[in-house]
Design a protein around this ligand. Structure first.
Ligand code: F6P
Length: 344
């Protein structure tokens, strides 16, 4: 078999570990060939590809980003018949199957292709950990480590200056990074998309904390958190990507001035942004990504089309793409309740 591999959507630590695992088992055990499609679905549309061999995928286990490049290209954009285009490209290139590695957008394309009979096996990735059907995605653990390291550092400077530090982390629909990093970093308030926040309540809780003798506070906010009055904070450019998502970022800036105005305390903002997606994956993510890569090539070999590899408990499973993508996996309320015990 000749198998096309691509990485789509936002990059994520561990993508190279998946590519390496797919190629290694493909070549060594099954005798299949792998072709890298460059820059996500754009690679197949523009015939931009590279042969993937044991040699070309050596020494990439620890590397962040993706050696294939990525993009948010959508083959179905503006009503296009993405399935016909992809199928024609596969015939031209001589591909028997595809392994797209991506988040909900990239995998939603995979799901439509699978529904139209294209042989596809998906691998879930996102630092946001918001894909249903899998308990965890690789990249999440790394992002949480980066964010909690940053919070640790902010603690010492917050304490020195008696400040409120507002730390913005990624998380468009789900507050997994905010909650995990906030718990690990001992946050005094955590704002997540799943629970619209009341700014008066947040400020009241900070004030009570300071009245009780604390001299500083740490507030962690997910980029997708929204105030309970229904207003949304997105970038003023109004930019949207090929899948129609607005570009988020900056809610911490608005929060900082609200906090200063309502409490009179000095505050500062830190937006971690893409630092959370960069650099080498943690050992946990390297292992999970490697297990996903091996499971994906096994699923291709078995002809398990339309499936996505997933972590269920401690085991790697295959779940239907349609089931995994039906809705995003929101933050477990129990995790938030654990964090809440330490607020204020
Ligand atoms: O989808 C993952 C994610 O990390 C979101 O949390 C964030 O909104 C988005 O990527 C930003 O991606 P980019 O700026 O690369 O388009």
């Amino acid at each position: 078999m000749r198998i096309g591999v691509l990485t789509g959507g936002g990059d994520c630590p561990g993508l190279n570990a998946v590519i390496r695992a797919v190629v290694r088992k493909s070549v060594k055990v099954y005798g299949h060939e792998c072709v890298g499609l460059r820059y996500g679905w754009a690679g197949i549309l523009n015939d931009n590809r590279v042969e993937l061999t044991r040699e070309s995928t050596a020494n990439i286990l620890t590397r962040g980003g993706t050696i294939l490049g990525t993009s948010r290209t959508n083959p179905y954009r503006d009503g296009a018949d993405g399935s016909a285009t992809v199928r024609a490209a596969m015939d031209r290139i001589g591909l028997d199957a595809l392994i797209p590695i991506g988040g909900d957008d990239t995998l939603s394309v995979a799901n439509r292709l699978a529904a139209d009979g294209v042989p596809v096996v998906g691998v879930p990735k996102t630092i946001d950990n918001d894909i249903a059907g899998t308990d965890f995605t690789f990249g999440f653990h790394t992002a949480v480590q980066i964010a909690s390291d940053a919070i640790d550092r902010l603690h010492t400077t917050a304490e020195s200056h008696n400040r409120v530090m507002v730390v913005e982390v990624m998380g468009r629909h789900a507050g997994w990074i905010a909650a995990y990093a906030g718990i690990a970093g001992g946050a005094d308030a955590i704002l997540v998309p799943e629970r619209p926040f009341d700014i008066d309540e947040i400020c009241g809780s900070i004030r009570r904390r300071h009245d009780a003798g604390r001299t500083y506070s740490i507030v962690v906010v997910a980029e997708g958190a929204t105030p309970s009055d229904g207003s949304a904070v997105v970038t003023p450019t109004g930019q949207v990507d090929a899948f129609g998502h607005p570009r988020l970022g900056g809610i911490a800036v608005a929060l900082e001035s609200e906090i200063v105005e309502r409490t009179g305390y000095d505050a500062r903002v830190t937006i971690l942004g893409h630092v959370q997606r960069g650099g080498t994956p943690t050992a946990y993510d390297r292992v999970l990504a490697t297990r996903f890569g091996i499971a994906a090539i096994d699923a291709v070999h078995d002809g398990a089309w339309g499936s996505m590899v997933a972590l269920r408990g401690t085991e790697i499973a295959r779940v239907p793409l349609a089931e995994a993508l039906a809705e995003p996996k929101l933050l477990d309320p129990g995790i938030y309740e654990t964090a809440e015990v330490f607020f204020g």
